[in-house]
Design a protein around this ligand. Structure first.
Ligand code: MRU
Length: 340
């Protein structure tokens, strides 16, 4: 991958899992070549690979490595560890579940090959889902619109094209997106570092803003639509996404502009009746107290670092999936899309 090539957040090359180290972007394009599933688990935990679908695909390739490291027993050990590497994105346990199933069905002497085929299939399906979400979402955009997005729901977060950012890219290619406001997304700056990096590759006109500037811009009529990704969507449409998403949904509602969520069906968790049951990752407060290597909070002062929040379904205008756009009431529309 790189400026010239197609974006691939996760790849398989010469028997290794290849990841672009997202903690080093945008300053450096460093590729990690991993041989052991434990390295994949650590890369997910440390967010060298991040974004709901991308951690699912990385974990799937991690399970392939486990098959080479030690056969079926090692595959199960890897599945148990990988699926709990991060708690909020349901795509992780969904992907590991598919790999478990593939391992169960595989003949012992072709375990590795069968798992590799399944991981490749998942990556291909994600690419197709992203492109379909991009097409369907772009239809919804008003002409010549100014879009605001949060975090990074681009190819870096999925596999190749992205969900919310895929909609924006497709809208830009069709001449529907005039400008993108990119929330910087504290504390880890996925918007400033990653979304801006991806949009620059596309030549999209944009500006990065601090998260707390969104209300000001929306109140002045400078945003026509807000679109974000999702990490887990409950049966009633309540949606977990990067911390700060809920605030944007409230603002959009207050000012009467649409708030869309874009996500593949693998992000649905229809077993959860509502968003209050979604596990919210509580990360190291050090990510808040230290910014760019510099301590910004006095020594000894506590900080909290909730990585996600839940946007209630009533604030969501529509949920764009690869099978169609769900509209309220979501309990019905989401389950009908999931049935296919
Ligand atoms: O903590 P991160 O960077 O993994 O959080 C990512 C997000 O919140 C994305 O918006 C979400 O995973 C959707 S990715 C298509």
């Amino acid at each position: 991958m790189g400026e010239k090539g197609e974006l691939r957040a996760v790849d398989w090359e010469d028997g290794r899992v290849v990841l672009i180290d997202q903690t080093r972007l945008p300053l450096e394009e460093v590729y990690l070549r991993l041989r052991r599933w434990q390295e994949v688990r650590d890369a997910i935990r440390s967010m060298r690979v991040r974004g709901a679908p991308a951690i699912g695909i990385a974990a799937a390739y991690g399970v392939v490595l486990a098959a080479r490291q030690g056969g079926l027993g090692e595959v199960e050990r890897a599945c148990q560890e990988l699926e709990k590497a991060r708690p909020t994105a349901v795509n992780l346990s969904w992907a590991v579940g598919r790999m478990r199933e593939a391992a169960r069905e595989a003949a012992e002497d072709s375990l590795f090959e069968q798992l590799l085929t399944e991981a490749h299939r998942m990556a291909r399906e994600q690419d197709e889902a992203d492109r379909a979400i991009g097409r369907l979402g772009a239809e919804l955009l008003p002409p010549r619109c100014r879009v605001l997005t949060h975090c990074n729901a681009g190819g870096l977060a999925t596999y190749s094209f992205g969900t919310a950012l895929g909609v924006i890219k497709e809208g830009f290619r069709r001449g529907k997106v005039r400008f993108v406001w990119v929330d910087e997304t504290r504390p880890l700056l996925q918007g400033a570092r990653l979304t801006a990096w991806e949009l620059r590759r596309e030549g999209v006109d944009m500006a990065v803003i601090c998260d707390n500037m969104a209300g000001h811009l929306i109140s002045r009529g400078e945003v026509d639509v807000v679109i974000t990704g999702a990490d887990r969507i409950a049966a009633n449409g309540d949606t977990a996404n990067k911390i700060g998403t809920y605030t944007l949904a409230v603002l959009a509602h207050r000012h009467g502009i649409p708030f869309y969520v874009a996500a593949p069906l693998s992000t649905l968790d229809l077993d959860l009746p509502d968003g209050s049951l979604i596990p919210i990752e509580d990360r190291d407060p050090g990510e808040v107290t230290v910014c760019g290597g510099m301590r910004t909070v006095p020594e000894g002062v506590a900080a909290r670092n909730f990585a996600f929040d839940v946007t209630p379904a009533e604030l969501i205008t529509g949920i764009v999936t690869e099978m169609g756009v769900a509209r309220p009431p979501y309990r019905e529309s989401l389950s009908s899309l999931a049935r296919g």
